[in-house]
Design a protein around this ligand. Structure first.
Ligand code: FAD
Length: 370
């Protein structure tokens, strides 16, 4: 009989792993602290390396119908709009890397992945309090007083991971002193003014990335990085001040001004990061996604790394029946790559000039030697 696998966290990483394992016959239970899934105003980029994994759970056609497929990914000077570096996407990108590049609403991606997980296996309002390795099992206790026993536990519980804390100590992720303003809004509010498919506008100490998130180009998303060292608040629902946001980007190119003038509402989110961790495993417990390699979003690879993790972990669990060994193999296979992406994101130079992106987009989690 296959092992019973517990996953803490029904984010993009946890649900992708659940879908991949269930497809292969594993007995999986997902425990999520939230009471429901919300569609907050955020976009997400999914590059070929992530799409190659999502293809396995049958999501490629769905994404082609619901996501925007840009033709280029532009990097422009903040004021003149002069092109610094242009990544060609569309058919050429797909042919080179074996899958498309999608831009979509984060809530739509999450819902698509969730649709591939057995709903009976997702347990909401289950906030993990504590785990303990006991022989061949892991005992779980939740804030509501309930308990569970699993054969293996995956901590896909995000940047403030309780499991990481128990494994490695209670230090906090580092606040970068910068905030992301972000929102999605109807393109109709632009009154016919059109923008690039996808552009990062590089300012001196700040930037803004703007793109469409639907094939019809009827919804626009932007996300910023702005220095605000005194504002340290992490909540998906915290609102930002539109006046402050517009002032922060005054003098930027007309496309930026038009987008910020049209947007009716904005969320504000502090940007955190961590250095690579010394270990991801504790016997029958392992970390995945932001719990072990959170990063600033400057390469748009955080969720993609969690999705790649899910594929590689699935492969080692299929091949190695000894759970602690499987988890060690997973960490060994993934850490160098995720550490490199964390550190490259930290520098915020990705695509500011001609950039070799093959090592990121060309990665195939199904082909990595396991
Ligand atoms: P999360 O998505 O954080 O999920 C963790 C889950 O665990 C949550 O549902 C949480 O409620 C649950 N949880 C936490 N603690 C407990 C507990 N004790 N018990 C039970 N459940 C618990 N990535 C990209 O690939 N492309 C992008 O374009 C992109 N843009 C981004 C823009 C911004 C501004 C930011 C901040 C990030 C961006 N990312 C992007 C990164 C991406 O959002 C994250 O890397 C990704 O969501 C990590 O997924 P995860 O499943 O590891 O964690």
């Amino acid at each position: 009989m296959k092992n019973r696998i517990g996953i803490i966290g029904a984010g993009i990483g946890g649900l992708t792993l659940a879908a991949l394992l269930q497809k292969r016959g594993f007995d999986v239970a997902v425990f999520e602290q939230a009471s429901k899934f919300a569609r907050v105003g955020a976009g997400i980029q999914q590059s070929a390396n992530a799409v190659k994994v999502l293809r396995d759970i049958g999501l490629e056609d769905h994404l082609r119908n619901t996501a925007f497929c840009p033709q280029t990914w532009n990097n422009r000077e903040w004021d003149t709009g002069v092109m610094k570096h242009e990544l060609t996407l569309g058919a050429a990108y797909e042919e080179k890397y074996g899958a498309p590049y999608f831009l979509l609403h984060r809530g739509d991606l999450h819902a698509a992945i969730a649709s591939k997980v057995d709903p009976q296996s997702i347990h909401l309002q289950k906030k993990l309090k504590h785990y303990s390795n006991q022989g061949d099992q892991v005992h779980l206790s939740f804030e509501d007083g309930t308990t569970e026993v699993v054969d293996a536990l995956i901590g896909a519980d995000g940047i403030h991971s309780k499991i990481r804390e128990q494994m490695l100590g209670a230090d906090q992720p580092r606040f970068t002193g910068r905030v992301a303003y972000r929102t999605t809004f109807p393109a109709s509010l632009m009154n016919g003014y059109t923008i690039d498919d996808c552009t990062k506008w590089w300012g001196i100490d700040r930037h803004i990335v703007i793109y469409y998130v639907t094939p019809q180009k009827d919804e626009i998303y932007f996300v910023t990085s702005v220095p605000e060292p005194e504002w340290n608040n992490e909540s998906w629902s915290a609102k930002g001040d539109l006046g402050e946001l517009r002032r922060a980007f005054s003098g930027f190119h007309e496309q930026v001004q038009r987008v910020l003038a049209a947007c009716p509402d904005v969320h504000k989110w502090s940007l955190y990061e961590r250095d690579p961790l010394p270990t991801w495993c504790d016997q029958r417990v392992v970390l995945l996604g932001d719990s072990c390699h959170p990063m600033v979003p400057y390469m748009a690879q955080g969720a993609a790394m969690a999705i790649e993790d899910a594929a590689v972990l699935t492969r080692v669990l299929e091949q190695e029946p000894e759970i602690p060994l499987a988890f060690q193999q997973f960490e060994a296979l993934r850490k160098e790559r995720t550490s490199k992406v964390q550190l490259t994101s930290h520098k915020n130079q990705w695509m500011s000039q001609r950039t070799d992106s093959d090592w990121v987009y060309g990665y195939d989690a199904w082909a990595v030697e396991a």
